[in-house]
Design a protein. Structure first.
Length: 176
């Protein structure tokens, strides 16, 4: 399999099954390749998983752009994005994101792309305006924090209430 096919198979596997503590060999078996091919194309388990997170994040940015185009307000955008992110079927992706974010924060080899793409590609969507970039960065941090809260506590009702509180009290982009 070519690199992109391996990445696509990994993303599909993560979306359907999550990863838990799966080794590179187990993942290779699950997607129909060898661990050596994964190492050849991605360098390490972390490199493969960081590439998978990057692909999932790129899909999410595209979906978010479509939501922005269809939404009627900033609040509508946030609510639609939140509904998409908090869906139970996304839990495997979200767990993987946070696992790799922790590894990236430690500077682990193979996570360079995730460190580079953790925030900046999202900010590019609002252009150079510093107020819009700061507001979007806060929105991104709050959404990610609430997702982590939901994953750890499982208290969807309380997390949804916190999200609604945030939406009701946040400053609109470009207005402090």
């Amino acid at each position: 399999m070519a690199r992109q096919e391996l990445l696509d198979a990994t993303v599909a596997h993560v979306r359907q099954h999550g990863l838990a503590d799966m080794t590179l060999r187990q993942l290779a078996d699950a997607i129909g390749t060898s661990h050596r091919m994964l190492l050849y194309h991605f360098g390490s388990r972390e490199g493969l998983l960081a590439a998978a997170v990057g692909a999932i994040e790129a899909d999410e940015r595209a979906a978010s752009a479509a939501i922005v185009a269809a939404a009627t307000s900033e609040e509508d955008v946030l609510r639609r994005v939140w509904q998409r992110l908090r869906a139970p079927r996304r839990a495997g992706e979200e767990r993987l994101f946070f696992e790799l974010a922790a590894l990236a924060a430690q500077g682990r080899p193979g996570t360079e792309q995730l460190r580079r793409d953790h925030v900046e590609p999202w900010l590019a969507a609002v252009g150079p305006d510093p107020d819009a970039r700061a507001a979007l960065r806060v929105d991104l941090a709050v959404l990610r924090g609430l997702l982590l809260d939901q994953l750890v506590t499982g208290d969807r009702k309380a997390v949804d209430a916190a999200f609604e509180h945030y939406v009701a009290h946040r400053s609109p982009i470009g207005r402090a």
